[in-house]
Ligand binder design. Structure first.
Ligand SMILES: C[S@@+](CC[C@H](N)C(=O)[O-])C[C@H]1O[C@@H](n2cnc3c(N)ncnc32)[C@H](O)[C@@H]1O
Length: 503
């Protein structure tokens, strides 16, 4: 296998990619493409890329300079195929839709950066086709939330010859989405997952794109119990290429963290996340609190009002509840009444229209509801399930709020203002009303050792942000030493004033 000389062309490649990104096509950077191609190009005479774009992988293959290895690329976009890079001997490209019209043959080497098209941008007709595709290949349907890239992976695995190799760069949702469990069960039973490469925030292959990438290196051979799991800590280093082209043999590199990871654990945790021994944690958030999502109004524009609007519409206070909407509206670790008043001064909405339980409505409210009807609100998806349509979801005021998306250090906010959160937050209800307990739990949750564990239950994005769904936040592990440090197991007063010991 050939050697790569230098990766120092960074700025020009960077600019080129910035321009291309405007077209919604994210090209693979050379330091990752080189490593991926070095994995598949061994023992083959042809490398196939089903989403070849402007030829990032072909360029990598040319650099490897292995005699007698040809390239076959396909793409739906004719324009990209006219790129000068493809004017070479032993290089064939064609316009082809890999999902609707895959090649009728198998391959020894497949490499791709498939299009990341999320499920809500896929039309119904194509969704039906994708469903059939997954049934015919895997014997089962894949959850409807899987994006286009997942079907690219399935289709490509199905075209892999015995002992053939595949390298795909995918978004991390491949390992974290709802569909991941079934997908990985199928892959791990049929194929050998040889390697998984993840990237530190500072080394993300797609900077500024809200996607955390992961590279999968899979062989069509008998599955093994362990795999090479890598975290790359520095972009444009040749370490990744050298590691993979050494056939995973040489394991000491300055910019890489390499572990031999158990397949079972990796699948259970999700390969995009670091290794986790689940039994390591005795305590989870739901031992101390319950989590619910914030209120979904169905139309913040109509139901979530500024003080000025309230005044204008003359809505009486009894029909209003104090609320916060955007994560940006609560950035400190405590949200006070003063903070909410400041938001009000900045003309941010802080009043939630809450008409539940009132039979007689004043004229000001019925007039406003008429406006809502004219806006077509009663027919909107979430609202049409409610009777009457303006009925608001009910929540008790949560003592703690959780900012569910972001990269901030403070995630758990003490709700001293007594506001109701909308969907930018999750509600955290501690199991005891005892003030000391709430205070201690809040500190324990914001401790860096606890926050570090958000990675284990959340979905990670390229920007370093983590999003955590309510059900998953309940499973947030709280380390033993933090439970002890903040005295969470001592007796606290229950809601009825009695002392209760944590069991
Ligand atoms: C993320 S780009 C990757 C391009 C290139 N391989 C790289 O890594 O730089 C994905 C490419 O897939 C193409 N594409 C989208 N849908 C496709 C389909 N159904 N079949 C084949 N190619 C498709 C797009 O036009 C785009 O060029």
């Amino acid at each position: 296998m050939g050697k790569i000389k230098s990766h120092q062309k960074l700025p020009t490649e960077w600019n080129k990619r910035e321009i291309l990104r405007d077209k919604g096509q994210f090209w693979t950077p050379s330091w990752v493409a080189d490593a991926m191609v070095s994995y598949v190009a061994e023992n083959t005479d042809l490398v196939f890329d089903p989403a070849t774009g402007r030829g990032a992988f072909y360029e990598a293959l040319l650099k490897l300079n292995i005699p007698k290895v040809s390239f076959f690329g396909a793409d739906v976009d004719q324009e990209v195929l006219e790129d000068g890079i493809y004017n070479h001997k032993n290089c064939f490209v064609e316009k082809r839709d890999f999902i609707k019209n895959p090649p009728q043959r198998k391959f020894k080497a497949i490499v791709a950066n498939p299009p990341y098209i999320r499920h809500h941008r896929i039309d119904e007709k194509t969704k039906t086709l994708l469903k059939q595709l997954s049934i015919s290949i895997t014997g089962d349907t894949i959850d409807g939330r899987a994006g286009y890239h997942i079907y690219f992976l399935i289709q490509a695995l199905n075209l892999l010859e015995k002992n053939g190799k595949l390298a795909f760069i995918m978004p991390a949702d491949t390992c974290e989405g709802k569909f991941a469990k079934n997908l990985w069960k199928w892959i791990s039973e049929k194929f050998c997952i040889e390697g998984v490469i993840t990237f530190d925030e500072g080394a993300t292959p797609f900077p500024k794109v809200d996607t955390n990438a992961i590279v999968l290196l899979i062989k069509n051979s008998t599955p093994t119990e362990k795999l090479h799991w890598v975290k790359a800590n520095q972009a444009y280093s040749t370490d990744l290429f050298n590691f993979i082209s050494s056939n995973f043999k040489q394991q000491k590199y300055e910019t890489l963290e390499i572990i031999n990871r158990q397949l079972k654990e990796g699948i259970a945790t999700g390969f995009s996340r670091p290794e986790q021994n689940h039994t390591r944690f005795k305590f989870h958030l739901n031992d101390f609190a319950n989590v619910m999502r914030g209120i979904a109004t169905g139309s913040n524009e109509f139901f979530f009002l500024t003080a000025q609007k309230v005044k204008e519409l003359q809505i009486p206070k009894v029909f209003l509840k104090r609320a916060v909407g955007r994560t940006k509206d609560a950035t400190e670790s405590v949200l006070t009444v003063k903070n909410v008043e400041e938001l009000e001064k900045e003309n941010r909405p802080t009043y939630l229209l809450s008409i539940n339980g009132h039979d007689k409505l004043p004229k000001s409210i019925s007039n406003y509801l008429k406006i809502g009807e004219e806006m077509g609100l009663p027919g909107r998806s979430l609202i049409q399930q409610r009777k009457p349509w303006y009925k608001m979801e009910k929540r008790e005021v949560p003592p703690l709020l959780f900012a569910y998306l972001g990269r901030r250090n403070i995630r758990f906010i003490k709700n001293e203002a007594g506001v109701l959160p909308l969907t930018g937050f999750l509600c955290v209800y501690p199991i005891y009303d005892d003030k000391d307990f709430i205070e201690n739990l809040w500190k324990a949750l914001n401790h860096p050792d606890t926050l570090e564990n958000l990675k284990l239950v959340g979905k990670s994005y390229g920007s370093g942000a983590i999003k955590v769904e309510p059900g998953n936040l309940n499973r947030l592990p709280i380390p033993d030493h933090i439970v002890n440090l903040f005295d969470l197991k001592r007796p606290y007063k229950t809601n009825t004033g009695q002392l209760e010991i944590f069991r």
